[in-house]
Design a protein around this ligand. Structure first.
Ligand SMILES: Cc1cc2nc3c(=O)[nH]c(=O)nc-3n(C[C@H](O)[C@H](O)[C@H](O)COP(=O)(O)OP(=O)(O)OC[C@H]3O[C@@H](n4cnc5c(N)ncnc54)[C@H](O)[C@@H]3O)c2cc1C
Length: 346
């Protein structure tokens, strides 16, 4: 609805995308972001092919490195699959956030620096209370405040994951000419190592695994990667994220809609958070625009279903006794493996 005041808590990629969708629908969005930084965070930074049309819709085309497919490797076994139609792109998180911020500036969307600590709502408005003492009133709130969302906690929606299932992620960049155009995934002990080229002279490395994972030690276990990175200078601060999985019990309470990681995040094993987050942002804005916020949980389930099922399945496989045989099995059934990667590519 034209002029609807939408307060967006969190100016990460999903919050900024939500602001752009809202502005394009004629609403009056405001982004409230706690941190005054370049937006960097632990992320594999692989934009899967399915993100590309969403970036077109958002009007941004951030520079990066072409990604032609995914290559899974274990010991001396390897199985590759090329993305079927369009390539993906490795894009530094800071570059993506910068492109989104520039577009929000073009739409003159206000960005307020404040940390939201709580909210109250009645049948017609929502009021956000910030640590800085500021109060912001809106018709709707889109909570895009990431994994372990403050807003979800405030609304009593957070279920704690079972202890043994918790996983974590780490990420760092190296100044090194990329040696390929695939996302390389290595199964190294109980961790998975992801290599993503993000520009012509930078390679991002992410590690996923149980508590206590160590990036340098994991790289050292993978000769195909350590041979390239051995002497390469570190190009970013080591960052971590977790634990996952994380899930809010509902994606909507009254006039508050949870979007992106704030609503739930299964795992980074499929490198899919951004595509699914942008799709949720579009659905949340459309639900608000139609004056039917209660339709959002159904829409949320529809746009996240495949991600949730596939990611849960892959994490279960990676945590099972079959872990050591994943790549050998995939190489004996390349068609099945191709179907999985094609699903990720959509
Ligand atoms: C190791 C790892 C690798 C990954 N690899 C990939 C990949 O290759 N491809 C992919 O698509 N996805 C990947 N993901 C997932 C992806 O990073 C996330 O899905 C994505 O960042 C979600 O974006 P978001 O905007 O929802 O949350 P975030 O990026 O976390 O942004 C949340 C924002 O909210 C702000 N905020 C938080 N609390 C408040 C508050 N109270 N008030 C105001 N502001 C607040 C934060 O400062 C932050 O800017 C990976 C994740 C991990 C952990």
């Amino acid at each position: 609805m034209s002029g609807t005041r939408v307060a967006i808590v969190g100016g990460g990629p999903v919050g900024l995308a939500a602001a752009l969708f809202a502005a394009r629908a004629g609403m009056s969005p405001t982004v409230i972001e706690a941190r005054d930084t370049d937006g960097d965070k632990a992320c594999g930074e692989g934009l899967m092919p399915g993100v590309m049309p969403l970036l077109d819709e958002l009007g941004i085309d951030p520079p990066g490195h072409e990604l032609r497919g995914v290559s899974y490797r274990q010991g001396n076994r390897q199985v590759d699959h090329l993305f079927p139609v369009v390539p993906g792109r490795g894009v530094r998180r800071t570059v993506l956030v910068d492109a989104l911020r520039t577009e929000t500036d073009r739409f003159e969307i206000p960005r307020v620096q404040a940390r939201v600590t709580s909210l109250t709502q009645d049948p017609s408005t929502v009021r956000l209370h910030c640590a800085e003492g500021e109060e912001i009133e809106a018709d709707y709130v889109l909570a895009c405040d990431g994994l372990h969302s403050t807003i979800a906690r405030q609304l009593g929606l957070v279920a704690r994951p079972r202890k043994r299932a918790r996983r974590y992620g780490l990420r760092q960049h190296f100044r090194c000419r990329p040696w390929g155009s695939m996302i390389e995934v290595y199964y190294a002990g109980d961790a998975e190592l992801y290599v993503t080229p993000v520009d012509d002279e930078t390679v991002g490395v992410a590690v996923l695994g149980p508590k206590g994972i160590n990036l340098a030690r994991t790289i050292a276990r993978v000769p195909q990667v350590s041979a390239h990175l051995g002497q390469a200078p570190v190009a970013s601060k080591l960052r971590g994220a977790g634990p996952f999985p994380y899930k809010a019990r509902s994606a909507q309470v009254g006039r508050v809609l949870l979007v992106g990681d704030a609503a739930g995040y299964v795992d980074a094993i499929t490198g899919e958070g951004l595509r699914v987050g942008f799709a949720q942002a579009r659905e949340a804005v459309s639900a608000v625009d139609s004056g039917q916020p209660a339709s959002y949980p159904r829409r949320w389930r529809a746009v996240t279903r495949e991600f949730r099922l596939l990611t849960r399945g892959l994490v279960a496989l990676a945590s099972s006794p079959l872990r050591g045989s994943i790549v050998p099995l995939a190489s004996t059934a390349p068609r099945v493996f191709g179907v999985v990667v094609d699903r990720l590519a959509r």
